[in-house]
Design a protein around this ligand. Structure first.
Ligand SMILES: Nc1nc2c(ncn2[C@@H]2O[C@H](COP(=O)(O)OP(=O)(O)OP(=O)(O)O)[C@@H](O)[C@H]2O)c(=O)[nH]1
Ligand SMILES: *[C@@H]1O[C@H](CO)[C@@H](O)[C@H](O)[C@H]1NC(C)=O
Length: 319
């Protein structure tokens, strides 16, 4: 090489890539560690002696698992649980179910409170798992899914912002896209509410962030889903078995990672409009959350692109 500029240029570019890769390694979330105690649950019948949960690899034991991530939720859980059980027990076509409350390392006694609450519903299989440390919503949902026994598994927020009856809309959509225990994901969507007053009244900042999010989602590859962030999502067991072991993000942008994984695994995803009302008591700070989101999305994309994170499709059992 006669021209030293080219040589220097190459060195600068290579160093740049090395630094980017280093940043990726540093910023990637550490693997989520599951403690032994977290593989067990307590119920109102067995408040002292924990019992074993059903690992996701095993075959299903009930028709539905309801996974409720709960962080300091003693205020909002009672109403939400009541609505959940009211609905499930009013169904004409009976469905067996378990409700898995994942206490995400709360410091307000959410677990003990949930156990007391569960005693009010002796006919329902309400299971309480206590995470040793706070992981974040994504970590809590992932844990509930990895230890749920349902043929279908629903994640739902503890705040009762979604109307639980809308589960039936998701259920019917699942029958269509994933019959015979196939793989499928059905997500609740608030996109049809976007033009309504509820949203117009939101602060300018929230709206700007929302449009920013949509743009980024399109770049990242899940632009076809109109509402990625809705806390009401139903997974068939087969879909959950493929998606959740591959999930790395414990933060609140994990929803996007789940949808990206579904896309990579070619699992069909349906979006169904549902009711929604804003509930006071959100513990989210929009600005820090947005920055965190941007970083996490880039991390997910880069890790998948470079093959640092792998996705392993399961062979469908032919039935
Ligand atoms: N904020 C927060 N929520 C958590 C955490 N772990 C689990 N969760 C649960 O995640 C769910 C959603 O949390 P919220 O703080 O209500 O979030 P939100 O801003 O209301 O979210 P939207 O329902 O999308 O408006 C609730 O069921 C929480 O209990 C955590 O570490 N932080
Ligand atoms: C959770 O609740 C405890 C006890 O009420 C409180 O001290 C703590 O600050 C709460 N944590 C958050 C993040 O809200």
């Amino acid at each position: 090489m006669d021209n030293p500029l080219i040589l220097y240029g190459c060195i600068v570019i290579l160093t740049g890539f090395a630094l980017l890769y280093f940043a990726l390694v540093i910023w990637s979330p550490a693997p989520i560690i599951t403690h032994e105690s977290e593989k067990k649950y307590r119920s109102f019948k067995s408040t002292k002696k924990p019992l074993s949960l059903t690992p996701l690899e095993d075959s299903g034991t009930v028709d539905l698992t309801v996974v409720i991530p709960a962080y300091n939720e003693t205020e909002r859980l009672p109403l939400m649980l009541e609505q959940t059980i009211d609905h499930l027990s009013s169904l004409k076509k009976k469905r067996t179910y378990e409700i898995l409350i994942v206490d995400d390392g709360s410091s307000d006694g959410t677990s003990e409170f949930s156990l007391k609450l569960a005693a009010k519903y002796p006919k329902s299989d309400i299971r309480v798992v206590t995470l040793e440390k706070n992981l974040g919503k994504g970590g809590a949902v992932r844990h509930g899914m990895l230890y749920g026994g349902g043929e279908r598994l629903l994640m739902v927020d503890a705040d009762g912002a979604s109307r639980f009856n809308d589960l039936e809309l998701l259920w019917d959509a699942m029958d269509k896209i994933a019959p015979n225990k196939g793989a499928g994901v059905v997500v609740g969507s608030r996109a049809h509410l976007v033009k309504t007053e509820a949203v117009v009244k939101r602060s300018l900042l929230r709206n700007i962030l929302m449009y920013g999010l949509h743009t980024i989602l399109r770049i990242v590859g899940v632009g076809h889903i109109r509402d990625t962030q809705c806390g009401f999502k139903l997974f068939s067991r087969s879909a959950a078995q493929q998606i959740f072991p591959a999930q790395h993000l414990p933060t609140w942008i994990f929803d996007v990672e789940l949808l990206l994984l579904a896309k990579q695994l070619r699992i069909p995803v349906a979006e169904v409009p549902i009711e929604w009302h804003e509930v006071p008591g959100s513990k989210l700070n929009v600005v820090t959350a947005s920055l965190q989101m941007l970083r996490d999305l880039l991390i997910v994309r880069a890790n998948l692109l470079l093959g640092r994170w792998q996705v392993v499709p399961r062979k469908q059992k032919s039935e």
